[in-house]
Design a protein around this ligand. Sequence first.
Ligand SMILES: NC(=O)c1ccc[n+]([C@@H]2O[C@H](COP(=O)([O-])OP(=O)(O)OC[C@H]3O[C@@H](n4cnc5c(N)ncnc54)[C@H](OP(=O)(O)O)[C@@H]3O)[C@@H](O)[C@H]2O)c1
Length: 353
Amino acid sequence: MAKLRWGIIGTGRIAQTFAKGVARSHTGELAAVASRTKAKAKDFAKTHQVTRAHGSYEALLADREVDVVYIATPHPQHLEWTVRAAEAKKHILCEKPLGLHHDQAVEMIQAAWENNVFFMEAYMYRCHPQIARMIELIRAGTIGDVRAIKASFGFAAPYDLESRLFNRSLGGGGILDVGGYCTSMVRLIAGVAQGKPFAEADRVSVFGQIGPQSGVDEYATALIVFPGEIVATISCGLRLQQENKVRIEGSGGSLTLTNPWTANVNGGETSLILERNGEASETLTVTSGPLYALEVDVVGRHIAAGDHQAASPAMSWADTLGNIRLQDEWRRAMDAPAPFTTTRPVAPSHLAQ
Ligand SMILES: NC(=O)c1ccc[n+]([C@@H]2O[C@H](COP(=O)([O-])OP(=O)(O)OC[C@H]3O[C@@H](n4cnc5c(N)ncnc54)[C@H](OP(=O)(O)O)[C@@H]3O)[C@@H](O)[C@H]2O)c1
């Protein structure tokens, strides 16, 4: 099978990590990189042995030797470059969050649909085999009926008002940056617990801190009630190192993912702790290849399977749209001032796969 030729848009932090993932994947190769600055593209190409370096994103989209584009710009640029990549008939993996709010995500998915290209939001943690193991354990009833879920993702970033994390014009704020991991995880678990791919929230209560200087949500918590009276407590933040674990509590025990979000970036082992009521706890080890190579291969195998508009096994369009609606709701309820949709439009039915 010919390898899928990847083009990377943007040369920042995650683009560097992702390039190493492509290089270590089974299905992909690094064909091109694009920066707004030719010199940066050349440096990146040299470091990662990328064949071609483009001095503009447009040039990469015009490159006939690129099959799939990875969009690694700050969030506000995701919409424009996804739509343009779709129009250039490139398959697309776009960094999370897809857009700044639900309506942008609909526009992006619509463009992918109309141009018949693969499109996925890059929640790489979904591609790690520990998630498949977690799903299997919940489905098998190992911890009984799921009643409560706790998930956090927060870190103490340097307080730089110019950085994309704290800068409103670059889509700053913790909910958009890392809150979406927590919302997507608890939606997944609450859904699996009820035999579905994901669940929509019934009720949401939130608390959060808007930074007086940054004007973005710097740390935030939400309490979410899902159908079946499953209660999730989630928190995220940019100025606070948090536990960064996922714990699922059921009628018969609990399951903890000790490193749910960024396990095995270079390949290796991670562990899940299973505690059944009245029994000694058990450590379940999961071994995997490098995290971002797993993501590249999920995309590569899905595209190679032929029906590239079928729902991605890692993150379907319907899941992405529901997830960003929940992030919108979290931000709206705490009056986060960055732009977000004020409506909850229903996506066209063909997007709800
Ligand atoms: N899945 C993950 O593990 C993960 C981890 C971190 C971040 N992310 C996501 O990936 C995206 C990028 O994050 P990052 O941490 O890599 O950001 P970053 O280090 O700031 O890099 C972003 C890159 O985007 C390009 N860019 C285009 N327009 C820009 C603008 N107006 N201002 C600044 N840069 C601009 C720049 O590349 P050029 O100058 O070369 O054009 C820049 O190097 C975000 O959406 C974030 O949520 C995902």
